[in-house]
Design a protein around this ligand. Structure first.
Ligand SMILES: [Fe+2]
Length: 419
């Protein structure tokens, strides 16, 4: 059982392997615009229900249960529901309820009586003035005691945590998935933070890698997606494995080619969408950085997601890409990124065991007028009318607002004609 403590406390998260499922508090993931997934575990076969509200005096509402092919997912130990249409500037109160199943007959299911879980309060992901404060962590590689202290080091005022891949290191069992994937997300939720999760290459490995979706909710059954939060369009990509599929490490059980191509096709549509085009800020999270860096590796760089996705992003107005994977923190300004033929800055987070806990996380502030990375002393500003953008480390660039509006109208018109 895990002992989870608040971000503000001096002590660290202490984890021990769970000997059985159950008793883990719910974890809350942001998976799409206005959609949260809430997952919790029960000690035996049950039907799980999630109630939610956005004010202490509001009536509880029932979240939509997960369904598969018309059946509500029940009679197992993993319970999931979806909260849709929440107001992102208000906190969300969540109460899980479990109804253990005594017998499951063809024409009658009997329940043992509802058990109410502990209520949790998740902070609003965005303040009323449109500000989003993200704590970004990558490459934790199972080092759970570092999770909360490293977030604490970047601020008490975070409104969202991005797990940017390789949080869990090659899960070999259900216990690994619970301890190193579910437990950190539950710890974040207990501390009031919802999670946006990105898959890293190490989460593609191990005997239990194929069971990750049981614990990690995903939009459209994919590890990639996009969402709008206030003024920001946030894209999260799955960059797959980092070596060719015929590498001996994979024993012939990996083939990302078709999957990444399908994802690239999706990404090409995303960067032409009205949501992308009209957002003030466009931020992309992707575990493997969108540059070729063979010098970083002792093996040939594969045709991985990074290499496939970079061409889809160039020239599309990306304001910032945030990656990890290299275990070496670095920041490519827009100017430096040109060496890799990229036209947007890239933050590569540090990770692995050699990093100081206090240096593992990054803070990213997104406000209507400014994108800010305090650790890198980098900011990019945009005027409210979006006519001009500027950056302390990048060239001034001006936008022709009328041509932009015209482009947007063309896209809207194209979409309308398709319908
Ligand atoms: Fe990695």
């Amino acid at each position: 059982m895990s002992t989870l403590v608040s971000l503000g406390a001096q002590t660290q998260t202490q984890t021990q392997p769970l000997d059985k499922v159950g008793n883990l508090e719910p974890w809350v993931q942001l998976i799409a615009t206005d959609t949260l997934a809430v997952t919790f575990l029960t000690g035996g076969a049950a039907k799980g229900t999630v109630f939610w509200r956005q004010g202490e005096n509001e009536e509880w509402r029932t979240a939509a249960p997960e369904t598969k092919d018309g059946l509500i997912v029940a009679n197992g130990t993993i319970q999931r529901s979806f909260i849709k249409g929440f107001d992102p500037v208000k906190p969300i109160y969540i109460k899980p309820v479990s109804e253990p199943i005594k017998s499951f007959g063809a024409y009658n299911v009997s329940f043992a009586g509802a058990k109410e879980g502990k209520e949790i309060k998740i902070k609003a992901p965005m303040s009323r003035d449109g500000r989003i404060v993200l704590g970004v962590i990558c490459d934790l590689h199972n080092q759970l005691p570092r999770l909360l202290p490293t977030l604490k080091a970047v601020g008490d005022d975070l409104s969202l945590c991005v797990l940017n891949g390789d949080i869990c290191d090659a899960p070999g069992s259900t216990a690994d998935l619970i301890n190193y994937l579910a437990t950190p997300m539950a710890a974040l939720s207990k501390n009031g933070l919802m999670t946006l999760a990105v898959r890293g290459n190490h989460e593609c490995r191990g005997a239990a890698a194929r069971d990750i979706p049981d614990y990690l909710a995903r939009p459209n059954d994919r590890y990639y997606g996009a969402l709008t939060l206030g003024c920001a369009r946030i894209v999260f990509l799955d960059t797959g494995e980092d070596k060719p599929k015929d590498h001996s490490e994979y024993s012939g059980l990996v083939d990302f080619d078709a999957y990444l191509q399908e994802e690239a096709e999706w990404l090409k549509k995303e960067v032409e969408s009205a949501e992308w085009q009209t957002a003030t800020w466009r931020v992309v999270f992707m575990h493997i950085p969108p540059r070729e860096s063979p010098e970083e590796h002792s093996y040939p760089v594969t045709e991985n997601g990074a290499r496939i996705f970079a061409p889809c992003l160039i020239g599309k107005g990306v304001d910032l890409a945030v990656s990890g994977h290299e275990h070496k923190e670095s920041f490519l300004s827009e100017e430096e990124a040109k060496k890799y033929n990229l036209d947007f800055p890239v933050l590569i987070g540090g990770g692995g065991s050699s990093f100081k806990t206090t240096d593992l996380a990054q803070r990213l502030e997104i406000a209507p007028g400014e994108l800010y990375l305090p650790k890198e002393n980098w900011r990019k500003t945009k005027q409210a009318d979006q006519k001009q953008t500027s950056s302390s480390q990048s060239n001034q660039k001006s936008n022709d607002i009328w041509s932009k509006i015209s482009d947007i109208w063309q896209i809207i018109e194209k979409n309308r004609q398709k319908q």
